[in-house]
Design a protein around this ligand. Structure first.
Ligand SMILES: NC(=O)C1=CN([C@@H]2O[C@H](COP(=O)(O)OP(=O)(O)OC[C@H]3O[C@@H](n4cnc5c(N)ncnc54)[C@H](OP(=O)(O)O)[C@@H]3O)[C@@H](O)[C@H]2O)[C@H](O)CC1
Ligand SMILES: [K+]
Length: 505
């Protein structure tokens, strides 16, 4: 339940249902209390520092006023900037306002230039944001974003679209919070596109609503529990054939780096044997990774091998022919990069993909996704969930729409937002490594869905492990990912799998 994500429309319905049988203002009071508790936690031993509370014109502002009243009751110096303008505020926000006025909350009309705040509480806008933030509110957002203290956003960082993770524009701004407490249910926009840069650490507060009352979520947040059942410790009595063959098909002239990076990703993610079936003549072996078996793509037998097709493949007639052969075969397929572009340009190849029975996973970045759907990248990024859903539907394949908060989508509409990873992945070749990792999991018998979930999670966690060890995010290289992915995978196996070896004597 706690990984469920809901749209604004669903949350409005949940709130309406929750209010039946509850006295007016109950949810707002609970939201304010929960926000105050979290704020006190964030203040820690700095409760002597003043807290700035920004209250907007709607019920998000009401939550903020409630929180300010509670903080003042706890002895904190809470100062509210509340400028509802000409708006008629709701009754529940009005009673929250009265409670704040009745206590020791201080009210100001403008931000002091040099406030030394211990914490800022952002209660300007929540799920009711309807247009870009401008005017006085924009000045408040800019001022908060220039402060160095922690910022606790209530429900949604003001200015962010709770469904898509976009900063509401054009030309809008959004609060960059260090923490967000979000009410009734988590929201996809906090975890994809600009969401992770603005929401910071997200805590879900159900406000006393029974999770069983909640509708089916629009998506879920990813986690190792979604693929953990496929992780198994290795038996001593095994051999490289036990772990499958991966063949990377790509490497046109001058583009051999991509398939080699994919191959290293596959090797470090546990594939038994890894081939690189090159379109170009290429070297006889990879001196850095001599375990890889380099072959010519023409004449290479795909039978019994998991194919990772596309890295550095180009768009030649040979590339088309190899892709058609791969699509028509019964190998598990990971389709990336140029292979996605070729499918996007060919209804016939798309039909052959959609008609496959064997596992198929695509790993488009937004531009490749745009080509696949015949749209622009900005349309894809404006609603990543919808775009990923459409790609999976049209291709009848599992899709990983890459980016901050990659979306993993299945043809039946199931979707997961991957929670791992960081800006270190924004480097040449990191997508090739992801393709290789996914190919290795497919080669080890993982179904397409779990292979995609696992590869996205492990790939991101590898980047997080590197940052934890002081490598990156600036300057992280794709070549550093395979070994880190191997470490992550083995940690997961140690944590979640039951020893599959013989019972210990
Ligand atoms: N639904 C829940 O789960 C709960 C909601 N609570 C809290 O309430 C907010 C939602 O409150 P709401 O009043 O619907 O909307 P907001 O407070 O987010 O927005 C305030 C109003 O501001 C106007 N608006 C929108 N965009 C802008 C803008 N860019 N500039 C200025 N004003 C703007 C808009 O009214 P207009 O008529 O002017 O369009 C909004 O209505 C939710 O996020 C929770 O924090 C409950 O307290 C807990 C459960
Ligand atoms: K907010």
């Amino acid at each position: 339940m706690d990984n469920h994500l809901y749209t604004v429309a669903q949350l409005r319905a949940i709130e309406t249902a929750a209010y039946t049988g509850l006295p007016a203002g109950t949810l707002m009071r609970r939201a304010g209390e929960a926000a105050a508790r979290y704020a006190l936690e964030l203040l820690g031993d700095r409760r002597d520092k003043p807290v700035l509370v920004l209250a907007g014109p709607g019920n998000n502002g009401g939550d903020a006023l409630e929180a300010a009243a509670r903080l003042a009751d706890a002895g904190v110096d809470a100062t509210v900037l509340f400028q509802p303008g000409q708006r008629e505020i709701s009754e529940e926000a009005q009673s929250a306002h009265e409670r704040a006025r009745a206590g020791t909350v201080g009210f100001i009309d403008m931000l002091p230039p040099d406030g030394d705040w211990g914490l800022v509480v952002d209660g300007l806008f929540g799920i009711g944001l309807a247009r870009p933030i401008e005017g006085d509110y924009r000045e408040m957002v800019d001022a908060v974003n220039a402060m160095r203290c922690p910022v606790l956003a209530l429900d949604v960082p003001s200015g962010l679209d709770a469904d898509t993770g976009a900063v509401v524009g054009p030309g809008g701004v959004a609060v960059r919070a260090s923490h967000t407490i979000t009410f009734l249910g988590d929201k996809p926009g906090l975890h994809t596109l600009d969401g992770r840069d603005h929401a910071g650490q997200v805590r879900v507060e159900m406000l006393g609503v029974d999770p069983a009352q909640l509708p089916a979520p629009v998506a879920r947040r990813g986690g190792a529990e979604l693929f953990g059942h496929l992780l198994a410790a290795r038996r001593h009595n095994s051999h490289k054939g036990s772990y499958g063959d991966v063949a990377i098909v790509g490497g046109a002239h001058g583009m051999l780096g991509a398939p080699l990076l994919a191959a290293r990703g596959a090797l470090h993610a546990g594939a038994g044997r890894v081939f690189v079936a090159m379109l170009d003549a290429g070297p006889g072996y990879d001196s850095v990774q001599p375990e890889l078996m380099l072959r010519q793509a023409d004449g290479f037998d795909f039978t019994g091998r998991t194919l990772v097709i596309g890295p550095g493949m180009g768009d030649s007639a040979t590339a088309m022919r190899l892709l058609a052969r791969a699509l028509d075969g019964d190998s598990p397929l990971l389709i990336d990069a140029d292979a996605i572009n070729l499918i996007g340009a060919s209804p016939d190849l798309l039909a052959r993909l959609a008609g496959r029975a064997a596992p198929s996973v695509l790993t488009p970045h937004p531009l490749e996704g745009a080509r696949l759907l015949g749209m622009t990248t900005s349309v894809i990024q404006a609603d990543r969930l919808e775009a990923a859903r459409e790609m999976a539907l049209r291709t009848r394949a599992t899709v990983i729409l890459k980016g901050s908060g990659s979306i993993v989508a299945r043809p039946d509409g199931e979707m997961v937002i991957n929670p791992t990873g960081n800006a270190g992945l924004a480097t040449a070749g990191s997508g090739d490594v992801l393709a290789g990792i996914c190919g290795a999991l497919l080669a080890q018998g993982w179904p397409a869905w779990e292979a995609a979930l696992g590869a996205a999670w492990i790939h991101g966690a590898a980047a997080d492990l590197l940052v934890a060890h002081g490598i990156g995010p600036i300057g992280m290289t794709a070549g550093e990912l395979p070994a880190a992915a191997r470490a992550v995978l083995n940690l997961l196996v140690a944590e979640v799998s039951t020893p599959s070896g013989p019972p210990r004597s």
